[in-house]
Ligand binder design. Structure first.
Ligand code: TYM
Length: 346
């Protein structure tokens, strides 16, 4: 049986990078479930507070994030959907893992370096310990599959290491823990304003990302303004033509029906089909095709989001029920771990 766990930070409405890189795969996995599989998806508020947050905005963002997950098709009858901060076991296990995690190992985390390039004594412990909490999230459920985008790979490697007896002296009962993320992610989706960066919620340029709640005209505008190049024709060449290649990737991913991620654009015969279609296309007509594909894919999500937003009571109830179910599983793991390290109940 598979246990799938993944998380997303409540930092605003998820964008197309989140969706194509990870969230669409959450839905895909849920759709291909066998009855013995377990799906657990979390909105991770404790991770969000590793950088400063405005409390009022954070409340809104948490609700929006959970609403978005429902809107994309996560079904609370099949998947456990909850707020990380509602299940205290995450924090407890994170402390225990933190007592095993070598500082040198955490120092090498690139995500941390990106947020905090210059180590200084003002640095926050929580930000530094971020990957340990993420490991706790995953290990609390003994997840076998962790569908994430490419940028999370290092965090998964740390998780695996922390569950390994050579690092911890705690015998891992976590097998079968995947060696690498089981599901190869869609190549990362890049910023529309700067294709040397990933699409991200933290960029100050609102036109750099498409949100799942954007309207067709928002989408058209952002894609029209997307940075490309002035070479002739539309070709897939991620090194020399990152902007165009990013749009091609988006086009391809948005057109594929809810699919598994084993069809990275390069390998796929769909790229040949795209080549045929786009042969001789102008930049304007190409961008229009991309915008249409994105609108067609996320339009229904926007509508569902609007519908659910009018029913906050339902969203809160889903979160409460999800937290109870998550707690059932996570508390068993924490009890086991505490037992093994000598902190079990006397
Ligand atoms: P977060 O909230 O930054 O992003 C959520 C998911 O979206 C993916 N993603 C992308 N994929 C492709 N292209 C992009 N431009 C892009 N931007 C984001 C991310 O890889 C991620 O899968 N640390 C995690 C949250 C987390 C977590 C966990 C994930 C906390 N605990 C346990 C898995 C398991 C994060 O910040 O994701």
């Amino acid at each position: 049986p598979r246990t799938v766990f993944s998380g997303i930070q409540p930092t605003g409405i998820p964008h197309l990078g989140n969706y194509l890189g990870a969230l669409s795969n959450w839905v895909h996995l849920q759709e291909t479930a066998r009855s013995e599989d377990t799906f657990i998806y979390s909105v991770v508020g404790l991770h969000a507070i590793t950088v400063s947050q405005d409390p009022t905005k954070l409340r809104r963002d948490r609700l929006d994030a959970l609403t978005s997950l429902l809107a994309i098709g996560i079904d609370p009858k099949r998947s456990i959907l909850f707020f990380q901060e509602d299940v205290q076991e995450h924090t407890e296990l994170a402390w225990i893992l933190g007592c095993l995690a070598p500082i040198g190992r955490l120092n090498r985390m690139t995500a941390y370096k990106a947020t905090s390039p210059e180590a200084s004594s003002d640095e926050r412990l929580g930000l530094f310990a971020y990957p340990v909490l993420q490991a706790a999230d995953i290990l609390a459920y003994k997840a076998t599959h962790v569908p994430v985008g490419e940028d999370q790979r290092q965090h998964l490697e740390l998780t695996r290491d922390l569950a390994t007896p050579s690092i911890s002296n705690v015998p891992p009962k976590y097998s079968p823990f995947p060696k690498t993320p089981q599901v190869p992610p869609t190549k990362r989706i890049l910023s529309l304003r700067d294709p040397s960066q990933k699409m991200s919620k933290s960029s100050p340029h609102v036109n750099s990302r498409i949100l799942l709640t954007d309207t067709s005209s928002d989408i058209m505008l952002k894609i029209r303004k997307a940075i490309t190049d002035s070479n002739f024709g539309i070709t897939y060449d991620p090194i020399n033509r990152p902007g165009i290649s990013n749009l091609l990737r988006i086009l391809h991913a948005c057109r594929a029906p809810m699919r598994s991620h084993d069809t990275a654009l390069e390998e796929s015969e769909a790229s040949t089909r795209l080549d045929d279609e786009l042969h001789g296309a102008t930049m304007a007509s190409f961008k229009e095709a991309v915008a249409d594909a994105v609108s067609a894919r996320i339009g229904p999500i926007r509508e569902e989001f609007a519908r659910l937003r009018a029913d906050e009571g339902y969203v809160r109830q889903v979160a409460r029920e999800g937290a109870n179910k998550a707690k059932d599983i996570a508390s068993r793991t924490v009890r086991e771990v505490k037992e093994r390290i000598g902190l079990g109940q006397l």
